[in-house]
Design a protein around this ligand. Structure first.
Ligand code: URA
Length: 364
């Protein structure tokens, strides 16, 4: 179910919001369309309550009428400038949480410039707005519905719990991949692996995971244990998973190369040629609804595999996007992310990665 939060100011746009609500509930489950935070318990921190309500939704519609910017409180202060203004708190929360935000202009309102907005919501001015006009309301609202449908997957967690037999079959098939990897003396990294006494690292996690993480290649720590992401990058990955309520066991974690390359060198063409068919087998077995690609190598491999237009894009533009792709078993989403290792030498990137992880909540 798509969850839509309508953020608005009663005195500014109530009439439009009522019509908009009526239109939205014809296209989306009414249980997922929120107009007001129903109740705030006596004694509860209302800022916390509003932020939590926004966190529960997929998209925030910021309805902006002609007086949105200028409406004042009893003391004559513009409401939007007050730190306790609920419209501002909700928009700031949505921006901070990396939610999809669509400004909807009504009553002839224009998008306010960022210079007119308080700092914590200044970025709203850069969001592409839709206009809902009185004369063409049904048409405009329909455009908005289409935009939401396009941006937010309908039923991303399409998997049902597998029966024990299916799980067993998947486990056996994963073991066969592992056996093939162990015994592949033609692998470009076989001699290095055996000379160092390292283990291959085929991956681990739920054989029926909804979300599969694809990293670049195992490091030394991973090769010593035969487990993906168990070193410093793994600590970051586990922390990010916990931030969306997941544990490693809930997802599947693997890499583009399934052996540790000497000096952690970048994946080479012969290595990719050898390992990616094994990775494809793993994808076919797990059948994830989402492939979260960590870093540019995994991202470009997966986007290239599906021959997606975005394959030529840069990570700075691609990260955090939900990109649709088709697997033989159904439609999936590819979500490129910066590699957690980047955070180990550039800690400021963590906030961005955390925001991108929030997108995965749609699939939890
Ligand atoms: N980096 C990766 O890409 N994979 C690992 O398993 C560990 C670090």
């Amino acid at each position: 179910m798509r969850r839509i939060f309508i953020n608005y100011r009663r005195q500014d746009s109530e009439g439009y919001v009522g019509r908009l609500y009526d239109h939205l509930v014809q296209h989306f489950d009414p249980a997922g369309v929120f107009m007001d935070v129903d109740s705030i318990e006596p004694g509860a921190d209302f800022i916390h309550t509003l932020r939590a309500a926004v966190a529960e939704t997929d998209v925030l519609l910021a309805v902006i009428g002609p007086n949105w910017l200028t409406i004042t409180d009893e003391a004559g202060q513009p409401r939007l400038q007050r730190a306790d203004d609920f419209v501002r708190i909700e928009i700031a929360a949505a921006l901070e949480q990396g939610k999809l935000i669509i400004p909807a202009l009504v009553g002839g309102a224009k998008m306010p410039p960022s210079s007119a907005l308080p700092d914590d919501i200044a970025a709203l001015a850069h969001r592409n707005a839709v206009e809902l006009t009185h004369q063409r309301f049904a048409f405009d609202a329909q455009q908005l519905v289409e935009a939401i449908k396009e941006a937010v997957p309908a039923d991303p967690s399409f998997k049902t719990r597998p029966d024990p037999q299916t799980l067993r079959r998947k486990e056996e098939m994963l073991k066969a991949v592992r056996d093939d990897l162990v015994n592949a003396t033609t692998s470009p990294l076989y001699v290095y692996r055996t000379a160092q006494g390292y283990f291959p690292v085929p991956g681990e996690g739920s054989p029926d995971a909804n979300i599969l993480f694809l990293g670049e290649s195992p490091g030394k720590a991973e090769a010593e244990q035969g487990r993906p992401f168990c070193g410093p990058s793994g600590e970051i990955l586990s922390e990010l998973l916990a931030s969306i309520g997941l544990q490693r066991e809930d997802v599947y974690i693997t890499n583009l190369l399934l052996d540790h390359p000497p000096d952690n060198h970048e994946p080479q063409p012969d290595e990719l040629a050898f390992y990616t068919p094994l990775v494809d087998r793993i994808l076919d077995i797990i059948q994830p609804a989402v492939i979260a690609t960590l870093g540019r190598f995994a991202t470009h491999y997966v986007l290239g595999k599906f021959d997606l237009l975005e394959r030529r894009g840069k990570m700075t533009d691609l990260h955090g996007k939900l990109i649709k792709a088709r697997m033989p078993y159904g439609e999936i989403h590819v979500v490129p992310m910066i590699h957690p290792a980047v955070v180990t030498y550039r800690p400021t990137q963590k906030a961005e990665l955390k925001r991108d992880f929030q997108k995965l909540k749609l699939f939890v």
